[in-house]
Design a protein around this ligand. Structure first.
Ligand code: KG4
Ligand code: ZN
Length: 368
């Protein structure tokens, strides 16, 4: 089965062709970063309009790169939630239009499920392997990706730990999420107060590598032992307060030290809790996902922590971590092969359809 995936939930217009075994035949992502950069964040109205402008060409490009046409497509998967309302509507309506005209089966996909299953994408015939802890100086052995696993999903809009037992939504359970800012959002806000532009993750990552994380040691947020919830607003405020009191750091070395201190606090918190979740759930391994999984310190720290804890570790390549339509196509393909379909009347939503146990600004949701 060959699936056309369409993604327009935020600031990337994306289309991909993926087979149901996860092989990526084409993966086109048109970023709107330049459009939103002058505003220091995504402007929803501009995002919707740019999706409208770009989406047909992006889909055509994906088909061309896969060396096929709509005749070679067996089904369509589109992001229906969570995301910006207007942005989601563009992809959803285009998907419905094509599915209707071509009489193709259509499924609506939760963007977060896409991120969680992105580790099963295969590029150039090669899948993402599990890496076992190294033994006596020898590097860790690789083995094929498998369920169950703990996934740490950290992006600009979401940060949570999930237990993933299979590809259907009933098999995915949130164990803890952020109570306030997402990790990527904290990177973006810190970059903004330091005057580093948007998006902040990649530039903070680059500067932090040159900095001294010990100079501005920022307390690790939510370090309470028994909680799998995160909080990143305190770390962000710490940097904002520092800038308010002392002014923007003036030399590149000073900026790098602030970035390093901030990144260390965020990464420590993410990794500690993810590893604790994997051990508590007694699953073999930990998978990283979402845009923040592009962060080098996060990848390295998580790999070391898993090795120490005797856990398998897997992290998809950058192209599978940041927003893309291949992960949507793959998540949708798993529903399509089970014979599932969505009616043309499906709607979009700003919130995820995955059950959440963490409430923004508070503790666990009260029981029913
Ligand atoms: O998953 P993604 O592409 O989009 C969302 O669904 O949000 O994630 C984007 C987020 C942004 O906040 C960006 O600053 C962050 O991921 N990001 C990074 C890095 N690259 C992207 N954060 C830390 N380090 C990076 N290298
Ligand atoms: Zn995303």
């Amino acid at each position: 089965m060959r699936i056309l995936g369409i993604e327009s939930s935020c600031d990337e217009t994306a289309a991909a062709i993926v087979s149901d075994d996860g092989e990526v035949l084409a993966d086109v992502v048109k970023s709107q970063i330049a459009l939103h950069a002058p505003y220091g964040g995504v402007v929803p109205e501009l995002a919707s309009r740019d999706h409208m402008r770009a989406i047909a060409a992006v889909i055509r490009e994906a088909l061309a790169r896969a060396g096929t046409t709509l005749d070679g497509i067996d089904g369509i998967a589109v992001t229906a939630r969570p995301g910006l309302s207007g942005a989601l509507l563009v992809g959803a309506q285009v998907a419905k239009g094509i599915a209707w005209a071509r009489e193709l089966p259509l499924v609506a996909v939760d963007h977060l499920v896409g991120h969680l299953l992105a580790v099963f994408l295969r590029r150039g015939g090669k899948g993402v392997p599990w890496i076992a802890p190294p033994t006596e100086g020898a590097p860790g052995q690789e083995s094929p990706m498998s369920y169950p696993f703990i996934a740490l999903l950290a992006s600009g809009g979401h940060t949570a730990i999930y237990r993933v037992d299979g590809s259907d939504q009933k098999s995915i359970r949130e164990l803890g999420a952020t109570r306030d800012d997402a990790a990527g959002e904290a990177f973006d806000k810190v970059a903004k107060v330091l005057g580093l532009g948007y998006p902040g993750g990649p530039v903070v990552d680059r500067l932090a590598a040159k900095g001294d994380a010990g100079r501005f040691a920022i307390p690790v947020p939510m370090a309470r032992k028994d909680s799998l919830e995160f909080s990143f607003s305190g770390v962000k405020s710490f940097v904002a307060r520092h800038v308010a009191e002392h002014g923007k750091p003036s030399t590149e070395a000073d900026v790098a030290d602030v970035c390093a201190g901030f990144q260390r606090a965020v990464v420590t918190s993410l990794v500690k809790k993810a590893v604790r979740a994997a051990l508590a759930e007694k699953v073999p391994g930990l998978v990283l996902g979402g845009g923040v999984a592009a962060n080098r310190e996060l990848r390295e720290t998580a790999a070391r922590a898993c090795a120490r804890a005797g856990l398998l570790f897997a992290v998809p390549p950058f192209a599978s971590c940041t927003d893309n339509a291949a992960m949507i196509a793959y998540a949708g393909s798993q529903r399509l092969v089970r014979g599932e379909r969505d009616a043309f009347s499906f709607t979009t939503a700003t919130r995820t359809s995955l059950e959440r146990v963490t409430r923004k600004g508070g503790g666990p949701r009260p029981g029913p």
